[in-house]
Write a protein that binds this ligand. Sequence first.
Ligand code: PLP
Length: 395
Amino acid sequence: MKLSARAHSIEPFHALAIGQAAAGMESAGQRVIKLSIGEPDFGAPAAVREAMRTVMDGRPLPYTPALGISELREAIANFYLNRHGVIVDPARIAITSGASAALLLALAATTDVGDEVLMADPSYPCNREMVNAFGGVVRLAPTSPATRYQLSVEALLDTWTDATNAVMIASPSNPTGTSIEPTELAAMCQIARERNAWRIVDEIYLDLADDAADGSTAQTVLAHDPDAIVISSFSKYFSMTGWRLGWAVLPEELVEVFERMSMHYFLCASAPVQFAALAAFSPEALAECESRKVELLERRTLVLATLEGSRLQVHAIPDGAFYIYIDVSATGLDSWTFCERALAEAHVALTPGRDFATETADTHVRLSYAASREDLIEACRRLSEFVATLPEVRA
Ligand SMILES: Cc1ncc(COP(=O)(O)O)c(C=O)c1O
């Protein structure tokens, strides 16, 4: 029997090979420090876990409405108001099985065969595969340390073609942990809007972005572009990766489309998880998430301090999420070999750039600092010992 062309062309997660090798080493009794993992190490807030215990009291838990339970849509709208100062009509919020389902629905709703979707190189790998799944064409915009490996107005204009139908942006980004300045983001959105293109803005790491210098919270794109398609999730800020719950804030014209598509593709997101997630907005849970954000910032500071001056170079200091995108070219190794050898010799797992990028595929690795401080200190020590074994590279 034949497989679809899509099945043949879907890329593997290269990090998987590193993960499998790490698992093999661990089962052989070695202590591997995994800084390759894109999820917080805290687990769901205590109030959410408690709420889940209550929800699982034997009640029947039928399907929910396709766009989610109204209480949760309202709670998210309140969160936008209280945290970000923007008014969002709960009717424009669609609850999904993680940001992944929201991204898939956004692309399903907007992409026809041949439509181009513009995004930064590097960016979150699944976006490319989701665009491909709908016959869209990925257009990667080059980035550089000057734009902190993020999309910029200049790169957007240079990469734009008549077929550009959507721009996908993540701020802060995976794998770089860097954000786009609000004015730059607003300008890009305005250009795209004027050219009749969708703006799909992934804010999954927004609440893990550093506060502005004046102490204000990082701004949502909705403050500038209320009709952007905004993607978010309980996975990162609320540390609920395995719970599989996210949302999209939609422009009016997409709400009914999303509802139909959600119904056909998913019926609804998990009912018990939706009910339990209401507790994520309780004052205790929010306080817990805020203190974790502070902890992540301290871990970042710790890792950056150890990397400073080493051959593991950080050209763009992150300001959010829990990633550092590191240029390893001064070690003389390409990033894939670096990851393989760092695992084999230092027992530290990292993610190679080829999962995210074309331009920096062979030069960069992603380090996730969502690990205990103790592990981070030990990993940095091991990495620095490993790098010291590598011959100096002549410029
Ligand atoms: C930028 C970005 N968007 C979306 C996702 C998917 O998240 P979720 O767990 O909510 O499906 C991830 C996960 O790592 C991510 O990094």
